[in-house]
Design a protein around this ligand. Structure first.
Ligand code: NAD
Length: 467
């Protein structure tokens, strides 16, 4: 990883945008720094009886709104710099999509594939306990969620541990991305990828912007490559395909594959589950390594793995017209400039992957309200629709079929409300940052940072949070 410093990269983008805002230097510095950085170590007794020391971090970047919010990552890349950068990105991301949280992030430096389920559970529970002891978790203080290498399973362990040591009536709101049976919300697992789709769809629907990069408007018929078929990459690919795009390339840990004719996602996932990788999938050609497909011919490139993937060394060869940053920090500042110079539209991470935190916000609201979305109004809505339809039947003398009635008089449940809230958030936020982009003649990343700085800085000014 050489001299790559992720937190510096985030701050470089911040500084570039700060020039377009009215805040003084001191306030801008305050916004950039991390309020609290926690490094913990604890022993793990492995299944074979040996003892290993585990390193974990939790960073709360900004307390301008509470609780702070951000995922927990399990990866060998985890360190203090990475966690600080990801926490800072969370602050800006929440501000861009108007989710009322401060930014945070957590991580444990492990390769989860090297541990048994029982060991992972012990690690997760001990990490949660340490966070609790230091006041780094709670529905009103700091709320984790899944990230790279973690899923609903780990979030279930976090909640269960928290509940054993706290009598908080809002305990369920201490973590999001939980299994539905433990207070999770429908749509959270797919939320980040779904949000990526809504963001890309909105960008592609703008005729003027598409013309500027030489593409036709709309998702239909566009080709894309995805790096990382995990939670975010898989769901982004699924919805892009459902929207009419063609997946022509995929990269996973074992290598990368390409096919002009398109790759069947469902069959590829079956193949990946069986073999553990994507290389050798029927009808595709295997490229020389897992980075090669990033440079393949396509309209949209979706990096959905880790940071520092599109860099000075490969950026000049990247051909995609749209870079859809599903991962956090996939593009270095140098690569950003190279691809921008070439005329690519870079849809930045601090907007594009905000679907996860948006639906986490809905989940947290559900938990602290102690009621499922739609529970109060679904039946009432259905009855109102039926009354309207019966008046229409009387006036028009036309009887609706049972199928039509079911379709037209359907009241919204949790799944539909979450999806519509997510779409609304991604569409509105895209148009907001696109307006800023045009106003200042900057790129979308700078526009997203301008939007975030104005919102966070404005709040600091109004609240006067200075001791
Ligand atoms: P995940 O662990 O579910 O999946 C990541 C996938 O990327 C894995 O399948 C892994 O094998 C693959 N991968 C890793 N390195 C690779 C490489 N060099 N080449 C090809 N494939 C590689 O993780 P995720 O939750 O999908 O997170 C992916 C990215 O999205 C991360 O940057 C994360 O911070 C970001 N993100 C995730 C969420 C979320 O809700 N999970 C929300 C916002 C942002």
């Amino acid at each position: 990883m050489s001299d790559y410093k992720f937190f510096d990269q985030v701050n470089k983008a911040f500084d570039k945008a700060a020039k377009y805002t009215r805040f003084d230097k001191g306030l801008l510095e305050q916004m950039k720094f991390c309020n609290d950085v926690l490094h913990i170590t604890f022993p793990l007794e492995r299944d074979n009886g040996s003892i290993e020391v585990i390193h974990g971090w939790r960073v709360e970047h900004s307390h301008h709104k509470l609780p702070t919010k951000g995922g927990i990552r399990y990866s060998m890349t985890v360190n203090e710099d990475e966690t600080m950068a990801l926490a800072a990105l969370m602050t800006y991301k929440c501000a861009v999509v108007d989710v009322p949280f401060g930014g945070a992030k957590g991580g444990i430096k492990i390769d989860p594939s090297k541990y048994s389920e029982a060991e992972l559970e012990r690690i997760t529970r001990r990490y949660t306990f340490q966070l609790y002891k230091k006041n780094f978790i709670g529905p009103g203080s700091d709320v984790p969620a899944p990230d790279y290498g973690t899923s609903a399973r780990e979030m279930g362990w976090v909640l269960d541990t928290y509940r054993q040591i706290s009598s908080d009536i809002n305990a369920e709101g201490c973590v999001t991305g939980k299994p539905i049976g433990q207070g999770g919300i429908r749509g959270r697992t797919e939320a980040t990828g779904r949000g990526v789709f809504f963001g890309v769809q909105e960008a592609c629907s703008n005729k003027e912007d598409m013309k500027a990069i030489g593409l036709d408007p709309g998702i239909e018929g566009k080709t894309f490559v995805v790096q990382g078929l995990g939670n975010v990459g898989f769901h982004a690919a699924k919805y892009l395909i459902e929207g009419g795009a063609k997946m022509v390339g995929v990269a996973e840990m074992d290598g990368s594959i390409y096919s002009d004719n398109g790759i069947d996602l469902a069959k590829l996932m079956e193949y990946k589950n069986e073999t553990g990788g994507v290389v050798g999938f029927e009808g595709t050609k295997t490229l020389e390594n897992n980075a090669a497909v990033l440079e393949a011919e396509c309209d949209i490139l979706v990096p959905a793995a880790l940071e520092n993937q599109l860099k000075e060394s490969n950026a000049p060869n990247i051909k995609a017209k749209i870079i859809a940053e599903a991962a956090n920090g996939p593009t270095t500042s140098e690569a950003h400039e190279i691809m921008k110079e070439r005329g690519a539209l870079i849809i930045p991470d601090n907007f594009l992957n905000a679907g996860g935190v948006t639906v986490s916000y809905f989940e947290w609201l559900k938990n602290i309200q102690h009621v499922r979305f739609g529970r109060m109004e679904k039946r009432f809505e259905e009855n109102s629709f039926r009354r309207i339809l019966s008046v229409i039947e009387t006036i028009s003398e036309r009887k609706f079929t049972d199928q039509e009635l079911q379709f037209l008089a359907h009241g919204a449940g949790e799944e539909e409300l979450v999806d519509s809230g997510l779409q609304d958030t991604m569409v509105n936020s895209y148009n907001e940052i696109n307006e800023i982009r045009k106003k200042h003649d900057v790129d979308l990343r700078t526009a997203a940072f301008i939007s975030a700085i104005n919102k966070v800085g404005g709040l600091y000014e109004r609240m006067g949070i200075f001791p």
